[in-house]
Ligand binder design. Sequence first.
Ligand code: SF4
Length: 115
Amino acid sequence: MSADLIRLNSTLVANHQGEPMIFVKAVNFLTTVGTQVLAGNPMAPPEVQDLRRAACFACPLHDHAADKCRLCGCTGMIWKRSMATASCPDGRWPAHEPGSIGSMIETAQGGSPSK
Ligand code: SF4
């Protein structure tokens, strides 16, 4: 997701009762899926998905009951976390580089995600 979209999202989160408006969700969804498809639909390894899940459930922007991200508006977070090319819109977990879980572990331990 581009920095502009993240800023747009942040503004809309603040102005729209805790989550992005529908057209922003649509842009986020199409951007996420399009990037994943263009990359050949690579999946994140299970250990990376587990770390991403832990990061989401520790995040104040996460709706635990629905497993939903209130920043990007994604409701299928289990699905999004499985996509290697997906990343957290708040920088809490990076896209997965094939053959490496190092950046995800670094992020989970409080470091900055490498993008
Ligand atoms: S994707 Fe990022 S911002 Fe959204 S709930 Fe997960 S950790 Fe939080």
